[in-house]
Design a protein around this ligand. Structure first.
Ligand code: PLP
Length: 380
């Protein structure tokens, strides 16, 4: 089983190292000579439990997760995480304070916007700390407004959590350090599109989560890292009284942790790919090396955009530029279509911007190395 090194720059699902997929493909047919493959094994078999435990341990090693935090896996993707965050963090706050608490959202792009909308849809009291669209001349995302323009709920004790998206995949806006939050308040990060792309100080977070399909593995599984103290919830009766949203049991964090991530049937195949990818990252020098690779690759593209402002326009403020999703436009009739067509002649694909914003997007997810050989059929 082999393939030419792919020159694909789509954001999600994104590429995986070929050697990871080669091993997983074989194991999908036959795992450890059991006569069956990974997609056919019980999630309660000793082999599956071993994959769950080993993956947890490798993620802990890769991210240097402290003892105060717990690693677990769930279904529902990034969007499932939006609901899970609201339900679980409000329930933890209700346990601690006996109150409903206000969910505070820092909105810097369409994914944090969707997360805030989901919390509100479920019945959370939401405060928008800042809406970045109000800080650009064209009313589109592209900046991280100065902290002096943020408005948290005034009394920190009323804040159930502060939520932000570390990397906005559509707009190409990335935080290069976690936001400062009021003393004692839990910080929640959606890292769906930049988890494992750089070192992270896990101790600063109440919760980090992400769907696996961009940087971690394939679709079908999400990675969560939670502060253990947030696994205590108010009772269902209290939650009903306080009108805190009660979310489905398969997204209930205490239930997931108590059941070692396997309360209901988990995709062991998807999890095994996470394990193999994490092992690949560890062997390559861990997240320090990965952070350097991400920066180096992105810097090459940004340098080209900056060198040719007469051709390319970058809609993102330089300090908020993402190392994972490099977005730009090429003003002029039909120029972007021509760019995409000509790139395809070179074998470069997956470059179309997200359908909601257009333009071009070069996604730089996962560890696929710095330099690719030219694609087959590329002009000399
Ligand atoms: N959060 C971010 C940052 C994303 O990029 C995405 C998907 O692209 C999501 C959440 C939603 O993920 P899913 O499609 O797994 O629900």
């Amino acid at each position: 089983l082999d393939r030419a090194p792919p020159h694909y720059f789509g954001a999600g699902p994104a590429l995986l190292p070929t050697e990871v997929l080669q091993q997983a493909a074989v194991e999908l047919i036959q795992y450890q000579n059991l006569g069956i493959g990974l997609g056919e094994m019980s999630h309660r078999s000793s082999q599956a439990i071993d994959i769950i435990n080993t993956t947890k341990q490798k993620v802990t090693q890769l991210l240097d997760v402290p003892d105060t935090h717990e690693v677990f896996f769930a279904q529902g993707g990034g969007t499932g995480g939006f609901a899970a965050v609201a339900g679980n963090l409000l329930a933890a706050h209700a346990h601690k304070t006996g109150k409903k608490g206000v969910a505070n959202y820092i909105v810097t792009g369409s994914w944090s916007q969707k997360a805030a909308e989901e919390a509100e849809r479920l019945g959370a009291d939401v405060n928008i700390v800042v809406d970045a669209r109000k800080f650009t001349p064209n009313g589109k995302y592209g900046v991280i407004p100065a902290q002096s323009d943020w408005k948290f709920t005034p009394n920190a004790e009323d804040i159930a959590y502060v939520y932000y998206c570390d990397n906005e995949t559509v707009g190409g806006v990335e935080f290069h350090a976690p936001p400062e939050v009021p003393e004692g308040v839990e910080l929640v990060a959606d890292m769906s599109s930049n988890f494992l792309s750089k070192p992270v100080d896990v101790s600063k977070f109440g919760l980090i989560f992400g769907g696996a399909q961009k940087n971690i593995g394939i679709a079908g599984i999400s990675l969560y890292i939670i502060k253990k103290s947030l696994l205590q919830h108010a009772s269902l009766e209290q939650l009903r009284q306080l009108q805190v949203p009660i979310i489905p049991i398969f997204l209930d964090f205490p239930t997931l942790v108590k059941n070692n991530s396997a309360y209901n049937t988990l995709s062991i195949f998807a999890l095994r790919i996470v394990q193999l990818n994490v092992e690949h990252l560890l062997a390559k020098g861990g997240l320090k090396a990965q952070g350097e690779e991400s920066k180096r690759k992105a810097a090459k593209i940004y340098a080209l955009l900056d060198k040719h402002p007469e051709i390319y326009k970058s809609p993102v403020a330089p300090t908020a530029r993402s190392n994972m999703n490099i977005v730009f436009t090429i003003p002029g009739d039909g120029k972007e279509e021509t760019f995409i067509k000509e790139a395809a002649i070179w074998g470069l694909t997956g470059l179309k911007g997200h359908r909601s914003v257009g333009g071009i997007r070069v996604s730089n997810c996962k560890s696929t190395g710095d330099v690719l050989p030219p694609a087959a059929g590329a002009p000399p």
